[in-house]
Design a protein around this ligand. Structure first.
Ligand SMILES: *[C@@H]1O[C@H](CO)[C@@H](O)[C@H](O)[C@H]1NC(C)=O
Length: 419
């Protein structure tokens, strides 16, 4: 099997040989034992003949040497001898990579679809934040994006997805408040790597609420964020409560950044109407559309409003009580909101810029895998280690449904991998 390594070596050897070969033969033929510049004595017949015989012998030796060198270099530097190839050639494995007499492809046919292309663009028109220096955004108010989060198997994927939205947004400080009684190295590392300015808080729900139904989820986290803003005396910028599982349109950030007191906008996929938001008339909020009123003056979703910090700082008793379902209402009451002050966003509340998407919650499984497969001979040990750190899944030798490990469509016994 010719390889990239073999090719250049062979040409290199060949090229040098060709050149040296000619130069050297030429040299030896004319000046067998003299350095250049020395004058040759007038040759006799005999010496001339012996010289030319010696020259021919050298030429033969050199001609023999060239292929030898090539063969030698090939075996020295072939991918196999360098350990780059598959050393432990296993016929079973080789068999798998051969085309199986075409059996796999006889059941299928070449694609022959009639396409209905609705639209297409080959022009990359994206605007990247990096197109401008950070200083170009320096005058924009900072958005304090508060994300309550809690350990569960979907936590890391949700935060990853949210981070990749926030990576597009300039002048944003991400407050990640985790429902855990201690700081977590993994989360800390992960948040650091995104490069977004952030504060990571450990803000567990007080134990007395843990067993109440419904539990006031995310409240301790938002309270911690409010406390942090107060402690840092942050009285400029915009506060927004953005859960880790929502979907955010990037236009939302441009809209809420201009909030003077409190801005509001519809949220998609809320409860029975699949929407919750203000009713707007002549550019003013006059009422609310939400399927669960329950006496709330401000029947809005947590993701449906933003607050200017200069405005909020005028209300020292800003609060968010532990009262499930009433967090938004009681928070907005604590900052003295009046309906005529509300700034409708999203084109007078006609557009959805945020969606209350929810990921299915499932318990993180324990997968039974023999410990012989979890050592460093395979990837599975390290893979399940990282899944455990992220709270996604764990592997056990004794518990859980046995993991099927298959090859060519068939589950294989442990012995197959250990032999
Ligand atoms: C909202 O409605 C008001 C009154 O009709 C109008 O003046 C204003 O331009 C509208 N705003 C937007 C962003 O469309």
């Amino acid at each position: 099997m010719p390889s990239a390594l073999y090719q250049p070596l062979a040409t290199l050897v060949g090229d040098e040989e060709d050149q040296d070969d000619q130069e050297q033969l030429h040299y030896y033929y004319q000046h067998p034992q003299l350095s250049a510049g020395e004058k040759l004595p007038p040759p006799t017949l005999g010496t001339r003949r012996s010289r030319s015989i010696a020259g021919n012998r050298r030429r033969v030796w050199l001609l023999l040497l060239v292929p030898c060198c090539i063969v030698f270099f090939y075996f020295m530097f072939s991918p196999q001898s360098l350990g780059l190839g598959n050393n432990n050639t296993n016929w079973d494995a080789v068999d798998d990579y051969l085309p199986h007499n075409g059996i796999d492809s006889t059941n299928t046919h070449a694609l022959n679809e009639s396409l209905m292309i609705c639209s297409e663009s080959h022009e990359d028109r994206r605007l990247f934040m990096q197109d401008k220096p950070r200083s170009a955004y320096a005058q924009l108010p900072v958005i304090y994006f508060v994300t309550p989060t809690y350990p569960r198997r979907e936590q890391i994927p949700e935060l990853t997805r949210l981070a990749h939205t926030l990576l597009h947004v300039p002048r944003l400080h991400w407050l990640v408040a985790n429902d855990r009684d201690r700081c977590d190295k993994f989360l800390d590392n992960m948040l650091n790597k995104f490069g977004i300015p952030f504060t990571y808080l450990a803000s567990p729900m007080p134990s007395k609420f843990r067993n109440t139904k419904p539990a006031p989820r995310g409240v301790a986290n938002r309270r911690a964020a409010l406390q942090w803003l107060h402690q840092r005396n942050l009285t400029a910028g915009v506060l927004y409560f953005g859960d880790d599982d929502n979907t955010y349109d990037l236009r939302l950030f441009s809209e809420i950044r201009q909030t003077q007191r409190v801005s509001m906008f519809p949220v998609g996929l809320i409860a029975e109407y699949a929407v919750s938001g203000p009713v707007v008339r002549n550019g003013k909020v006059v009422a609310f559309l939400d399927s669960w009123v329950a006496g709330r003056r401000w029947p809005v979703d947590m993701a449906g409003f933003a607050v200017n910090l200069a405005y909020m700082s005028q209300y020292p008793n800003v609060n968010m009580p532990f009262k499930p379902g009433y967090e938004e209402d009681l928070f907005l009451r604590s900052i003295g909101l009046r309906i005529d002050q509300i700034e409708p966003k999203g084109n007078n509340c006609t557009e959805i810029l945020v969606w209350h998407t929810q990921t299915k919650n499932k318990k993180s499984p324990t997968v039974r895998i023999d410990s012989a497969l979890l050592n460093d001979r395979f990837n599975l040990g390290a893979l399940f280690h990282s899944l455990k750190v992220m709270g996604v899944a764990s592997a056990s030798d004794t518990e859980g449904p046995r993991a099927v490990i298959s090859k060519n469509g068939k589950g294989k016994p442990l012995s197959y991998f250990l032999s």
